[in-house]
Design a protein around this ligand. Structure first.
Ligand SMILES: NC(=O)c1ccc[n+]([C@@H]2O[C@H](COP(=O)([O-])OP(=O)(O)OC[C@H]3O[C@@H](n4cnc5c(N)ncnc54)[C@H](OP(=O)(O)O)[C@@H]3O)[C@@H](O)[C@H]2O)c1
Length: 301
């Protein structure tokens, strides 16, 4: 039997409509609109595509975006000065620094300079610490998107075995925290696998929820999946171009094979990717609302 497709494109469109409505209401109440500063340093083609997608997504829901493009030769001081300015700018609700940065810049130092209240990617140490405590201001967008997809498709996590392949700071680790959290969207028993994991397949075959975030093209085959499992594919790999020039993408999961073993599966493209962008918009709106109501104790999980 073929798996249910967890349609990230459709789910993200629904979330964008919710955000668009809320932004329109805020504007019609005479208030300012949320704004996102988007920093791109260097000319990495993939980063450039992602940044353009994020800016377009902002425009579609009425969030202003403020692009800042710096050459790959930009000095640390120049970037820190820009971040300081954006931290002070009342029109800027959120700041996104597109990663990876050129090797001359220390990612940790740059991200740590963001005002945690504007850190809509949720990568600032303050926000990652709060995430672990279950008091996140902003949950990193990809893990937040995965949690939202599971929630909206009513895939239960409580008591389930969740296995995550990958332990990066932006995907694997924060997702492990979310799925293990003591709340209705968590309560899973989580295993995090990586390159030093012995017998990876023995772990993945136990998973009720399997998340592939290793960055290795189609490494998860049907023989690594428990029948009926929910399989979430985070990987994105450009594998060629169609005659019309559009990129052909693949994931970390062998979709053709695994869709016949899994109970539910995300496609690539159209799964986790659009959810990630929708969560960025949601975090930007949250940042805006928090600024308007500084006393607000709202947390994202
Ligand atoms: N859809 C989206 O919105 C989105 C967002 C972010 C990333 N991505 C994609 O997701 C993938 C992962 O991204 P990332 O930034 O998390 O990657 P990353 O920083 O390179 O981390 C990869 C992780 O996978 C582990 N790993 C690599 N090969 C493995 C193997 N053969 N067996 C077991 N574990 C293995 C690594 O282990 P070690 O720690 O031992 O090295 C590491 O923990 C990439 O394809 C990326 O493009 C997609």
């Amino acid at each position: 039997m073929s798996a249910i497709i967890l349609n990230g494109t459709e789910t993200a469109a629904g979330i964008r409509r919710e955000i668009e409505r809320e932004v329109a209401e805020l504007k019609s109440a005479g208030g300012a609109a949320p704004g996102l500063a988007v920093l791109l340093i260097g000319d990495d083609p993939a980063s450039s595509i992602y940044v353009t997608m994020k800016e377009k997504a902002c425009a579609r829901v009425g969030i202003a975006s403020f692009p800042h493009r710096l050459p790959g030769t930009a000095k640390k001081e120049e970037l820190l000065e820009l971040i300081d300015r954006l931290n002070r700018d009342p029109e800027v609700s959120g700041i996104l620094v597109q990663l990876p940065l050129p090797p001359s810049l220390d990612e940790r130092e740059i991200v740590s300079r963001l005002d945690p209240e504007k850190d809509v990617d949720g990568f600032h140490p303050h926000n990652l610490g709060r995430l672990v405590r279950g008091e996140a201001l902003f949950v990193p967008c990809t893990p937040a998107g995965i949690r939202e997809l599971l929630r909206r498709y009513r895939i239960p996590t409580e008591g389930r075995d969740a296995v995550i392949v990958g332990r990066s700071n932006i995907v694997g680790k924060p997702l492990a925290v979310l799925l293990a959290a003591k709340n209705e969207d968590g309560n899973a028993t989580v295993t995090v696998c990586h390159t030093r994991t012995r017998d990876l397949a023995a772990h993945t075959r136990r998973a009720d929820i399997l998340v592939a975030a290793a960055g290795v093209r189609e490494m998860i085959g049907a023989d690594m999946v428990k029948p009926g499992a929910a399989v979430i594919d985070v990987g994105i790999h450009a594998v060629g171009r169609r005659p019309d020039g559009k990129r052909i993408l693949a994931g970390d999961v062998d979709f053709k094979e695994v869709k016949n073993a899994a109970g539910a599966i995300t496609p690539v493209p159209g799964g986790v990717g659009p959810m990630t962008i929708a969560m960025l918009l949601k975090n930007t709106l949250t940042a805006f609302k928090r600024r308007r109501n500084p006393g607000q104790r709202q947390t994202a999980g």
